[in-house]
Design a binder for this molecule. Structure first.
Ligand SMILES: *[C@@H]1O[C@H](CO)[C@@H](O)[C@H](O)[C@H]1NC(C)=O
Ligand SMILES: *[C@@H]1O[C@H](CO)[C@@H](O)[C@H](O)[C@H]1NC(C)=O
Ligand SMILES: *[C@@H]1O[C@H](CO)[C@@H](O)[C@H](O)[C@H]1NC(C)=O
Ligand SMILES: *[C@@H]1O[C@H](CO)[C@@H](O)[C@H](O)[C@H]1NC(C)=O
Ligand SMILES: *[C@@H]1O[C@H](CO)[C@@H](O)[C@H](O)[C@H]1NC(C)=O
Ligand SMILES: *[C@@H]1O[C@H](CO)[C@@H](O)[C@H](O)[C@H]1NC(C)=O
Ligand SMILES: *[C@@H]1O[C@H](CO)[C@@H](O)[C@H](O)[C@H]1NC(C)=O
Length: 603
């Protein structure tokens, strides 16, 4: 019998649909409120199987440490309690990424001086520990950036160091030509392109003014980077310092970076598709980004935001096709995108109107420059047919607004940790959108199933090497697979480094051993921490932690390192000239630490 083309395509989609269903565990979602972050979680990063680090700005949190207010904590993911940490400069508007040796680097932040450290050039190290004794290590006479950066991005690169890019050297609601830092640098510093550790000009950041804070910077399988800011996108090669290719602009004049950020992620990279990369960017705003529109009280907390989701396959064919455009159930800015181990994407948090920040817009809600929090997450299935990718009805709705300075992250246990929100200059318990300390834990349906488990993951897992795990999986298991995840670092609605890489694996005949091959290359997954999940019919095991590669130190160039330390950071003179009141700020800050009134807002 010959089928009509219509019937044939119906049949094909029915087959696809049944495969897609088998891929995911069925059941109910749940949302539980449990625990407090101690400080407001404006930056969030999982650092071990059982702990996460949370950074806040300096403000009047009740939690105290070393005789002053705490503005960072380590959260125990199991018993949901915190212990204060002690960064010595303000991490506000900073970023973070991991080195190959497992140390997390927090960089950049706020200029206000605390105990000798100005956060704008800060490099802070955090090496996770088991004994509860590790803390943030910071001494800018020993290590720091080569320039001042607030609202910067960071990325793990293939050699195990990190790349730091963009931002500005002074505080402002939006980037401006007189404060921008349109450069990139490395940590540890490299002697590359003749710069010997000092910042390297990045013209794309001049071109994408003004709304280009926290540019998207995502490593692709060939080692090049997908870069996007404002309404533009391109592919960049840091090894040659060249723009490889200009990509089509963001469709429909939508801006996708801060202060009106979209959520973004690389979709899962899988051996079945030869690791073909594809990016997904959802939300943003088409509010104009020229400076007069951003003068105080010009824009409103009621400005509409965008419901546009765009994705593009980053190979020759995909780029020729351009962006595929879809619509989310609601518009959003400041949302988070969290990859699930089963390959789907959660879009959560954020606001449906307004802009990032506080005390700047007209029609402020309390101090918030945004309104209409998006309270129900959206689930996006990248493998479903167009028109069937978004679902929301079965997802729980929160009672907690998570807007400016909110965060979310996948955890090793498979739950999604949701934290933060503080569209206020200081701690404000009484505003309509208060300073938020409550934590929420979102459990996808797979959490209700009997979980597969495994043992035998070594402390380091090298490229192309094979390891054998002892697995405990149900007898009727059909689809057994392994994924490696970087949960990334969440700051300001941007999720640095998040990725999911499918690993090649083979189950023994008696189904008790799973042989897993390490990532094929360091450009597919940079050396350093990763979490390995064994998935059985859409139900993930606990994600145990390993160091991909050998755990070796990142490359260290003593000459470039010394050169950075031998001179003032780039833009230091501009900053001191623009802030003759520095010593006053210091005094104000010390009064903050001792629990006196907070300094006046810097904007
Ligand atoms: C993982 O989550 C499950 C279900 O919520 C819980 O019973 C279990 O204690 C959690 N395990 C860890 C290590 O957090
Ligand atoms: C939570 O776990 C941590 C790490 O094991 C421990 O130090 C802390 O005392 C625990 N807190 C509570 C309240 O059980
Ligand atoms: C990791 O490398 C950085 C940069 O060289 C270094 O400062 C840090 O101490 C190293 N961490 C460990 C655990 O060796
Ligand atoms: C920073 O200061 C230098 C030296 O004073 C000056 O030449 C430069 O124009 C300033 N840059 C900006 C962006 O203001
Ligand atoms: C930069 O320009 C803006 C807008 O003209 C102005 O308000 C601000 O003071 C300037 N900042 C510096 C550091 O020059
Ligand atoms: C795109 O938005 C900018 C403001 O951000 C505006 O000036 C421009 O006219 C818009 N272009 C189109 C084609 O709508
Ligand atoms: C098996 O599961 C993996 C991971 O979820 C998925 O990528 C793959 O498509 C599934 N295979 C089949 C045949 O369903």
């Amino acid at each position: 019998m010959k089928l009509s083309p219509v019937f044939q395509s119906l049949l094909t989609s029915a087959v696809f649909a049944s495969v897609a269903v088998a891929q995911y565990a069925t059941g109910d979602w749940s949302l539980v409120q449990e625990g407090h972050s101690g400080v407001s979680a404006l930056e969030l990063v999982v650092v071990s199987e059982t702990t996460a680090v949370i950074f806040d700005k300096v403000e009047h949190n009740a939690l105290q440490t070393n005789g002053h207010v705490a503005w960072a904590t380590e959260l125990d993911l199991v018993n949901k309690t915190v212990r204060p940490l002690n960064p010595t400069s303000n991490t506000w508007c900073g970023t973070g990424s991991f080195l190959s040796n497992g140390t997390m680097v927090s960089s950049g932040g706020n200029p206000i001086v605390i105990a000798g450290g100005n956060g704008l050039a800060a490099i802070r190290l955090f090496t996770p520990c088991e004994d509860g004794n590790c803390d943030v290590l910071e001494d800018q006479s020993v290590r720091r950036m080569a320039s001042l950066r607030w609202y910067l991005s960071s990325a793990r690169i293939e050699d195990g160091s990190i790349l730091l890019i963009g931002g500005s050297w002074d505080n402002a609601i939006i980037n401006m030509p007189n404060i921008t830092n349109p450069t990139y640098e490395f940590y540890p510093p490299k002697n590359i392109h003749g710069y010997n550790g000092t910042p390297i000009h990045f013209p794309f950041l001049d071109e994408t003014m003004n709304a280009n804070y926290f540019p998207l910077f995502i490593q692709l399988p060939d080692g090049n980077f997908f870069v996007a800011a404002n309404k533009q996108a391109m592919i960049f090669n840091w090894k040659t310092n060249e723009e490889v290719m200009r990509l089509p602009n963001i469709p429909n004049n939508v801006t996708i970076s801060n202060p009106i950020p979209a959520g973004a992620t690389l979709l899962p990279l899988r051996p079945e598709t030869n690791y073909t990369p594809e990016v997904l960017i959802c939300g943003g705003s088409s509010y104009p980004d020229d400076i007069p529109h951003w003068e105080r009280f010009v824009m409103s907390s009621q400005e509409p935001t965008s419901d546009q989701c765009i994705r593009m396959v980053l190979n020759e064919e995909g780029i020729a096709k351009g962006w595929e455009v879809e619509q989310m159930p609601q518009p959003r800015i400041m949302s988070e995108m969290v990859l699930l181990p089963d390959g789907r994407v959660l879009i959560l948090n954020g606001a449906q109107t307004g802009i990032s920040g506080y005390t700047w817009a007209s029609e402020q809600i309390g101090e918030s420059d945004a309104d209409h929090p998006a309270l129900t997450p959206v689930l996006y299935d990248p493998t479903a047919a167009p028109g069937q990718r978004f679902s929301q009805d079965e997802l729980p709705t929160s009672e907690i607004a998570r807007m400016y300075h909110s965060t979310a992250s996948m955890t090793p246990n498979g739950t999604v940790l949701i934290a933060g929100s503080n569209p206020n200059d200081d701690v404000e318990p009484d505003n309509e959108f208060p300073t938020e300390y409550r934590l929420e834990w979102l459990s996808p349906p797979y959490m209700t199933h009997v979980r597969p488990s495994y043992t035998g993951l070594p402390e380091t897992f090298d490229y192309n090497s094979q390891i054998t795990l002892d697995v405990d999986i149900p007898q009727d298991a059909q689809n057994v697979s392994v994924v490696l995840m970087d949960f990334g670092f969440a700051t300001h609605g941007v999720h640095m480094d998040q990725r999911l890489l499918g690993l090649v694996s083979e189950l023994s005949d008696d189904r008790s051993k799973l042989t897993v091959t390490g990532p094929p290359s360091a450009t597919l997954y940079s050396p350093g921490p990763g979490y390995v999940f064994v998935l059985v019919d859409g139900v993930p095991s606990f994600g145990h932690k390993t160091l991909i590669g050998t755990g070796a130190q990142p490359p260290f160039d003593q000459g470039a390192f010394n050169n950075v330390l031998s001179q003032q950071p780039l833009y230091w003179n501009n900053w001191t000239a623009a802030h003759p009141e520095t010593s006053d700020e210091e005094r104000q800050l010390f009064s903050t630490i001792s629990g006196q009134p907070a300094p006046t807002p810097t904007y």
